[in-house]
Design a protein. Sequence first.
Length: 67
Amino acid sequence: MLEIFLLIEIILLIVLIKAEKKLSQDNKETIKKLRAEYFRTKSMSAEAERNIAVLERYMKKYREIGE
């Protein structure tokens, strides 16, 4: 009887370890996706800042021509 409980406990332990590894892999994939999204957003933000700087230069030149 004790052997059956030990066997069940070992099986549950193996299942838990496999589930933990699967969750760990899922978390790694999620972290990769979040990191990629962060860098994409950061890149878009930097591009927007460059565009704003160019627009400000053109506005400054436009004002100088208008005066």
